[in-house]
Design a protein around this ligand. Structure first.
Ligand code: NAD
Length: 414
């Protein structure tokens, strides 16, 4: 890819470009990584996160590795600086540098501006929303055994009712759709309806399921569960499931077994090196994840199911503040805090930086810097176990510290 001409970002004079050789990421000792600070509490959690990441990298590799951060702009900061909420420089930089991390962004109310997060996903074709949900010891949780949950959710990002194909009640467009459905498709729909379209394609289903299976293989996970509502929506959700099993048969025959195989061929004992591909209907999955938590590892699902399930799982380990996320294409990875801008806490140095920090851990793993990633997770856990926490993690006897102090404490525990 040619070096893009930026209008408002300066190409860094230090650092190395992350590249791909085939489908393998190649990362030098000083990769350039763009960051978007984010709106609202972004200016609190980003400096805290950066401090911990830089300190862990320095310590893990004795100064031999270092990230060269490059600030890029989106949201209010971009709007104030260059008069645009999502400048082209920003999307071009993420494409060019391939790995980036971002704080939360405000969705401007009114003015016809779409969610910046949705725009970023669409412009960059970040088709997989990946949310690992794993318990941090010591964090207050509403369940008895939060440590049983250790899942990685792959949520399809580009279609389903979420793709935004919607027609408002009484609009010219909805009238056309209703007329077509009534006259040509014999579908009896109330005339005072709004209509949303739910496309689920074979292409998009296959690529997200493939990504989830590949992740399970690379990370020694023993199961992949497809979550769908195919009993009701047969040609969308049901097809997602069907295409998943067909894909596994076609591309992963040596490694994937079905639950049926498990019982019929292996007497219920999972053979070494095999991954079980299961499927669960979404409503049952919400119950199972609470009652049979340990049976799930990698989960792959359509957009809306994934939206609900990600937050429900996050609640099980203590809330969104402890849930990281990434949006991925085959060559671009954008790591992000999963919560919003929490405007009422902006600039108070109060909120918990863990969601962004855990996303930073995912980013380090993606770069192959696993030692630094592990070090941060352990130090975060030590800090929470020692009951030095931000306000949202308060338990009996805890010392409540500021966002920046929490980060400093994690650094001490590295
Ligand atoms: P929010 O996540 O910003 O805040 C909801 C509440 O969660 C806060 O009031 C606070 O009590 C708590 N909270 C959030 N982050 C926290 C943290 N790090 N530590 C401790 N507590 C935390 O959700 P919202 O109020 O619905 O949305 C506010 C804005 O954020 C909106 O403009 C919305 O569009 C945007 N948003 C952005 C993203 C994103 O960038 N990925 C995601 C969700 C919402």
């Amino acid at each position: 890819m040619n070096k893009p001409e930026f209008k408002n970002i300066k190409h860094p004079d230090k650092g190395e470009l992350i590249i791909y050789e085939g489908d393998k990421i190649v990362v030098g000792n000083n990769p350039i990584v763009p960051f978007i600070e984010g709106d609202g509490i972004g200016s609190d959690i980003w400096p805290a996160t950066k401090l911990v990441i830089d300190s862990a990298v320095e310590k893990a590799y004795q100064g031999k590795k270092k990230i060269e951060w490059l600030e890029i702009y989106a949201g209010e900061k971009a709007s104030n600086l260059v008069g645009e909420w999502l400048p082209e420089d920003t999307t071009e930089a993420i494409k060019f540098f391939k790995v980036a991390i971002k704080g939360p962004l405000t969705t401007p109310v009114g003015g016809g501006i779409r969610s910046l997060n949705v725009s970023l996903r669409q412009i960059l074709d970040l088709y997989a929303c990946v949310r690992p949900v794993k318990y941090v010891k010591g964090a207050p949780s509403p369940v008895k055994n939060p440590e049983w949950l250790d899942v990685v959710i792959f949520r399809e990002n580009t279609e389903d009712v979420y793709a935004g194909i919607e027609y408002e009640m009484n609009s010219e467009k909805v009238k056309k759709v209703l007329k077509f459905l009534g006259e040509e498709m014999n579908a009896n729909i109330r005339q005072d309806s709004g209509i949303g379209i739910k496309p689920i394609s074979k292409f998009a289903s296959e690529r997200i399921i493939r990504k989830a299976i590949q992740y399970a293989i690379e990370n020694n996970r023993n199961s992949v569960t497809m979550v769908h509502k195919g009993n009701i929506m047969k040609f969308t959700e049901g097809a997602f499931r069907k295409w998943g099993y067909e894909l596994a048969e076609k591309e992963f025959k040596d490694i994937i077994i079905s639950e049926k195989d498990l019982w019929e061929k292996f007497e219920g004992k999972q053979p070494e090196g095999k991954i079980i591909l299961k499927d669960r209907i979404a409503d049952a999955m919400f119950m199972n994840i609470l009652k049979r938590t340990k049976e799930y590892g990698v989960i792959v699902t359509t957009n809306l199911n994934g939206d609900y399930l990600s937050d429900a799982c996050a609640a099980q380990i203590g809330g969104l503040g402890l849930a990281p996320g990434a949006n991925l294409s085959d060559t671009i990875a954008l790591f992000e805090a999963t919560h919003g801008t929490a405007p009422k806490y902006t600039g108070m140095d109060k909120v918990n930086p863990s969601s962004l920090l855990l996303s930073g851990i995912m980013m380090l793993e993606h770069l192959g810097w696993k030692e630094a990633a592990r070090m941060i997770f352990n130090a975060l856990e030590t800090t929470v176990v020692s009951k030095i926490v931000t306000y949202d993690l308060e338990t009996e006897g805890a010392t409540i510290v500021k966002c920046s102090e929490f980060a400093q404490e994690i650094v001490r525990n590295l």
